[in-house]
Structure formats: structure tokens, C-alpha cells
Design a protein around this ligand. Structure first.
Ligand code: COA
Ligand code: AMP
Length: 635
């Protein structure tokens, strides 16, 4: 008789003995004061981990590797085809940069618990800024560069940062992103006024640094003293990362120091199968959770080399860009979004570019951020001849919830499923009443994907300044569970299948966006009476937003002029990342008799899927008219 597999044994222990399991994992972190409690559920459902522990995340990411004699090891490689630059930082060098920049921040008055907002492109200084905050016990909040002033202002008002870190520009293949006017626009809208703004001058587009709250990054850093790490409580926030919610107001996901350090280091070893010294590359952006967790924190906490890539999968300069980076830097594990592979596949269907590079260092390709469609997975397997591992997680979890944990045991891969629950996550599929649906045929047992409480370390303990919002968004719907807002199933082998969102979030090129916030922008136009936004299927980006508006009576704009104004308005208010390129003017929106817009039915019509007309529809002819508009559009 055989015993449980290594995965099954670890998984069971993580749920049956969380104190033992995470207590052991915590030994791989340096504590200034060890925790008194591992799992602390005294305020359940508000779980806390490692109560009483004191540590510093930056010291764990940098100092301790230097102290252990690995100062010469490469910590960070900055590879930027967009600027033609390559810079390498050893652990010694990165520590010295971070310690001095922490000194600069302290000189501006930043102390433990203060917030620092980071609105920067993919440059090493952005990573330095994040780690410098961690060193001081300050809380960073990185805002993705593709968001516009209004989104930035919302985050400034919610996080109330003392300091903002920015750069003179970001670089997109088709244009320069001018951060200064975007930031100034945000500061005009925001009620909160940060005391200081530190600007990194980039030679590609230097700017005039005005007096007042603006400072030059390099001048400040040049004269700043190096500072030591500050001890913080395990529960102290390390960062706030805003993510799309169902309303226009983004949610400030909080990450604590202790649970995050333990879980993220553990994940690099056991989920990703990495050893200290290995080269790990996540081709994401520091503005997203993947960037926080797997460009910055996890690789450094585990003593690996991480790559910061300022480029695209295609066009910088060609569809071989990813393979060039893997080969140049000896990448062992590579993490990207399926949409990036689809972009490469579109330009190089036979993956001929792979032949120009030595990819022998690559052992595994990890995919996340959106559903990994089986065609793309199969293409990548053929192109790279390595296991292609889909894994599922969210900004809120901070690290994978379902994966094929390569550092524990390589389980069989099923295309279309991210595999099995990661230790620590008791994944359940619930019906509308909150009862667990028994595992079965994936297609027959779809429900709400939830995680039985307590969530393991590293997951969000709350929302910034909004414990009630946290409870409402995640805990109230299914008592005893964290609601993920994804729909899916668990099959008879225990494999989890993630199908779609159950809310109005859409996933565009691996970016999580709220259709609710786009509807708010459309509705704010003086000529719009009503608006609806749905996500429609797109071969490259997975989904694209499509807007519908009903004009106010008496509007003098032609439909074409209004549609163009609305596309521009979404770009101006939310930012280019919203990728809203199409708005259609219609006579009316299809609704139920109680006034609910039939967005789900509209999406199915747009995607050419079968749909049922609800018995409660108010006026069937409105739906017929929308169907004609959508049919004309797809023709
Ligand atoms: N700053 C400013 N603007 C940005 C930006 C940034 N950091 N990132 C993207 N944008 C802009 C783009 O320039 C584009 O603007 P445009 O309308 O003027 O062309 C717009 O936002 C939409 O960007 P995106 O949806 O990313 O489309 P794209 O055509 O530029 O690139 C892909 C398509 C597939 C190549 C790209 O989306 C990609 O690599 N995605 C992977 C996503 C990812 O890594 N997600 C993280 C989870 S792993
Ligand atoms: P984000 O918070 O931006 O990371 O987006 C999280 C959402 O992206 C999840 O709730 C899912 O809807 C989707 N997602 C992420 N990874 C996967 C995956 N591997 N398979 C299916 N959906 C995914």
C-alpha cells in the first residue's frame, strides 16, 4: 500500500496543523523577535499571523544574504530593450542603494507607518523605492503607470501619502508617458497634498524640476546617509495595492510584513521550485501584484536573482524578446500572462525565434493573470519543451492559491486547469446557498470558488482603512469562507477549474478592470442618459471592454461624435490601460422589469454564445435591437 503523495501530506498538514506548518516555514525568515503565536484567530474572521513577531522585510530581502556572505551574488538585473540599457546589481550594491535612499526618505520625514506612493516605470529605482520604504517600516503604494490622473488622485486621497516617488517619464513603444503632468493633474484633483514629490530624471525625457514639493531623486540620494532597517511588528502593513472592485472606488489591499515574508519565501521554494542563486523572471509590471510578489519580494527573500524587464513581448524589437532575455540571463523559471504568449504566437506562430537562443537554462514556464487557454498552453509546450504550469491567484491572496507545486511534487498537468490547491488554501466550490458542491465532472459542478477561513499567511488581512468594506466584499456572502468572485469547479481528481468572474470585473490583457468604473465615466458625460459596459471576447487580450450608451433627449452630438468623445473620456479618466476602444449608441438598454440591465445576456450575444431570455425581461424588442447592433458589429 502506498502512503499519501508528498503533495497530499504537505497539503493535509497545512490545514490540520497550521501552527506547525507555518511555524516551520517562519524559521526561514530572520526575526528580530520571534512570534508568540503563529495562527492568531482571536478576532476571527479577521485572522492574523505571527503575532508578537518583529522583523524587517527589507533586511530579509537584502541584508541577511549579504551577512551570509552572498553580497557578490546578483540580486537584480534591469534589462530594458525600450532604452537599450542593461544594469546589474549585486546584493551588496542593491543594499547600498536601498539603505541610502531610505536615508533620503527619512530626511523628508518618512517614518514607520507613513505612506509613500510610487508612480513609476519599470526602472531599478522603483524597486529601490519599494525596498527603502520596507526598510523604514513605511508603507508603499505602487500605482500602475497606465492609470491616469483621476485614478491616481483617488489613491492619493485614500492612502494619504507623505511622499510621492515618480520619474520624468515612462516609455511605451509608441510614446513617452509624461508622469509629471499626470501627477500634477492628480494633485489638483486630490484633497490630500503629499508633502514631497521625488522625481527620477531619465535621460530619455528629462523635465524641469520645479521648487515646492518637488525634489531631484539623484541629488537627494547622493547626500543621504545609509540607514539601518527598522524593526516592525509582523502585523504592520508593508504595502497597500489598489485593485479594481465592483464600484468605481478601488480597494486598498493591505499586505502585512510577517505573513507576507514567510509565505512569499515559502512559495518560491515550494510552488516555483527555486533555490537561492537561481534566476527567476516574472515579466509583469511592479504596478500589479505579480510585480510586487514575484519581481521584487519573493525572489529577493529567497536569495535569487530577479529580472526587471522594461519591454514588451513583441515589438521590442521582435517576437524573440522573451527568449533573448531567458538566454542572456540564464533564467530558470519564467512567469508571464497567457496574453503575452498569444501576442508572440500571433507574430511567430511556429516559434521560429526560439531557435536563435540557447534556452537550456529554462526549466518551467508559469502562467497566471487570466485563464490559460489550452491552445496557448499547448503552443508554449511545443515552443519551449518545458512544463507549462498554469496557476491561479489574485491581488488579494498575494501568492498562488491553486498550482502544480513544482517544489513539492510535479503532478500531471491538465490543460485548462491550474491544478490543485496550494498548501494553506482550503479551496471550496459553493452553491448559491453556500453549501459545498461535491467534486465531480468539471462542467457539471460549477459554483462560487471560495477559500475556507482562515486564509493562510500573506493574504490580505483587511482593506486599507475599510474593515467593513473587507467584510462586505469578501466575508459576508458565504459565512466561514473568503469569496474569490471567481466561478469554477473541482473535478474528481481534486483539480480546480476556474471559469469566469461572478462580478463585473473583466480581464483585459491580464489586467483586472472594473466595468462599473467605466460605466461611471460614460454616465458622467453630459449627453449620456444611461450606460452599460461589458467585456467581450478578444483573441489577443482575452477580453476587451465594449460600451453601450443611451443618448439624452435633445443631445446635439451625432452618435459618432459622442462615441469618440466617450472613448477619449475613458482614456483620460481611467487611463490607457482601460483599453476602451469602442462605444455603441443604442436607443435603449435591455432590462428586467425590476430595472436590472441584462449585461450577462449582452455579453453572451456579443461572444456568440447560447443565451436564454429571462422571463422577467421588460421589453423583448430592446434586446432584439441590441442583437442586431452586435451582429452588425461582428460582421
Ligand atoms: N504606462 C503607461 N501606459 C501603459 C503602460 C504603462 N506602464 N502599460 C500599458 N500602457 C498602455 C499601452 O501603451 C496601451 O496604450 P495605447 O492604447 O496607446 O496603445 C494601453 O495602455 C493598453 O495596454 P495593453 O493592454 O497592455 O496593450 P498593449 O497593446 O500595449 O500590449 C500585450 C499588449 C499583450 C503585449 C501586453 O498587454 C502584455 O504584455 N500583457 C501582459 C500583462 C501582464 O504581464 N500582466 C500581469 C499579470 S502576469
Ligand atoms: P488580479 O487580482 O489582477 O491578479 O486578478 C485576479 C483575477 O484574474 C482572478 O480572480 C481571476 O479572475 C483571474 N485569474 C488570475 N489567474 C488566473 C488563472 N490562472 N486562471 C483563470 N483566471 C485567472
Amino acid at each position: 500500500m502506498t502512503g499519501p503523495s508528498r503533495y497530499q501530506a504537505m497539503y493535509r498538514r497545512s490545514l490540520d496543523d497550521p501552527d506547525g506548518f507555518w511555524g516551520d516555514a517562519a524559521r526561514a525568515i530572520d526575526w528580530i523577535r520571534p512570534p508568540d503565536r503563529i495562527l492568531d484567530d482571536r478576532r476571527a474572521p479577521f485572522t492574523r499571523w505571527f503575532t508578537g513577531g518583529r522583523l524587517n522585510t527589507c533586511a530579509n530581502a537584502l541584508d541577511r544574504h549579504v551577512e551570509a556572505g552572498f553580497g557578490d551574488r546578483l540580486a537584480l538585473i534591469y534589462d530594458s530593450p525600450l532604452t537599450g540599457s542593461l544594469r546589474r546589481f549585486s546584493y551588496d550594491e542593491l543594499l547600498s542603494e536601498v539603505a541610502r535612499f531610505a536615508g533620503a526618505l527619512r530626511g523628508l520625514g518618512v517614518e514607520r507607518g507613513d505612506r509613500v506612493l510610487i508612480y513609476m516605470p519599470m526602472v531599478p529605482e522603483a524597486v529601490v523605492g519599494m525596498l527603502a520604504c520596507a526598510r523604514l517600516g513605511a508603507i508603499h503604494s505602487v500605482v500602475f503607470g497606465g492609470f491616469a490622473s483621476r485614478e491616481l488622485a483617488t489613491r492619493i486621497d485614500d492612502a494619504t501619502p507623505k511622499v510621492v516617488l515618480t520619474a520624468s517619464c515612462g516609455i511605451e513603444p509608441n510614446r513617452i508617458v509624461e508622469y509629471q503632468p499626470l501627477l500634477e493633474g492628480a494633485l489638483e484633483i486630490a484633497a490630500h497634498a503629499p508633502e514631497h514629490c521625488v522625481v527620477l530624471q531619465r535621460e530619455e525625457h528629462p523635465v524641469e524640476i520645479e521648487d515646492g514639493p518637488f525634489h531631484d531623486w539623484k541629488t537627494l540620494a547622493a547626500v543621504a546617509p545609509a540607514v539601518d532597517p527598522v524593526a516592525v511588528d509582523a502585523h504592520d502593513p508593508l504595502y497597500i495595492l489598489y485593485t479594481s472592485g465592483t464600484t468605481g472606488k478601488p480597494k486598498g489591499v493591505v499586505r502585512d510584513n510577517g505573513g507576507h515574508a514567510v509565505a512569499l519565501r515559502w512559495s518560491l521554494e515550494y510552488v516555483y521550485g527555486m533555490q537561492p542563486g537561481d534566476v527567476f523572471w516574472a515579466a509583469s509590471d511592479i504596478g500589479w501584484v505579480v510585480g510586487h510578489s514575484y519581481i521584487v519580494y519573493a525572489p529577493l527573500l529567497h536569495g535569487c536573482t530577479t529580472i526587471l524587464y522594461e519591454g514588451k513581448p513583441v515589438g521590442t524589437p521582435d517576437a524573440g524578446a522573451f527568449w533573448r532575455v531567458i538566454s542572456d540571463h540564464g533564467v530558470k523559471a519564467f512567469f508571464t500572462a497567457p496574453t503575452a504568449l498569444r501576442a508572440i504566437k500571433r507574430e511567430d506562430p511556429e516559434a521560429l525565434e526560439t531557435r536563435h537562443y540557447d534556452l537550456s537554462s529554462l526549466e518551467t514556464l508559469f502562467l497566471a493573470g487570466e485563464r490559460a487557454d489550452p491552445d496557448t498552453v499547448a503552443w508554449a509546450e511545443r515552443a519551449l519543451s518545458v512544463p507549462v504550469i498554469d496557476h491561479w491567484w489574485q491581488t488579494e491572496s498575494g501568492w498562488p492559491m491553486v498550482a502544480n507545486c513544482r517544489g513539492i511534487e510535479a503532478l500531471p498537468v491538465k490543460h485548462g486547469s491550474p491544478s490543485v490547491p496550494v498548501p494553506g488554501f482550503d479551496i471550496a466550490v459553493l452553491d448559491d446557498e453556500g453549501q459545498r458542491i461535491a467534486p465531480g465532472e468539471a462542467a457539471d459542478s460549477i459554483g462560487h470558488v471560495a477559500v475556507a477561513l482562515p486564509l493562510p499567511p500573506g493574504c490580505l488581512p483587511t482593506l486599507w482603512n475599510d474593515e467593513e468594506g473587507y467584510r462586505q466584499a469578501y466575508l459576508d456572502r458565504f459565512p466561514g469562507y473568503y469569496q474569490t468572485s471567481d466561478a469554477g469547479a473541482i473535478d474528481a481528481d481534486g483539480y480546480v477549474w476556474i471559469m469566469s468572474r461572478t462580478d463585473d470585473i473583466i480581464n483585459v490583457a491580464g489586467h483586472r478592470l472594473s466595468t462599473g468604473s467605466m460605466e461611471e465615466v460614460l454616465s458622467s458625460h453630459a449627453d449620456v442618459a444611461e450606460a452599460a459596459v461589458i467585456g467581450v471576447r478578444d483573441a489577443l487580450k482575452g477580453q476587451l471592454p465594449l460600451g453601450f450608451v443611451v443618448c439624452k433627449v435633445g443631445s446635439e452630438l451625432s452618435p459618432e461624435a459622442l462615441e469618440a468623445e466617450l472613448v477619449a473620456l475613458v482614456r483620460e479618466r481611467i487611463g490607457p490601460v482601460a483599453a476602451m476602444k469602442e462605444v455603441l449608441t443604442v436607443a435603449a438598454l435591455p432590462k428586467t422589469r425590476s430595472g436590472k440591465i441584462l449585461r450577462g445576456v449582452m455579453r453572451k450575444i456579443a461572444d456568440g454564445e447560447a443565451y436564454e431570455v429571462p422571463a422577467t425581461i421588460e421589453d423583448g424588442s430592446v434586446l432584439d435591437a441590441i442583437t442586431s447592433v452586435l451582429t452588425a458589429r461582428s460582421a
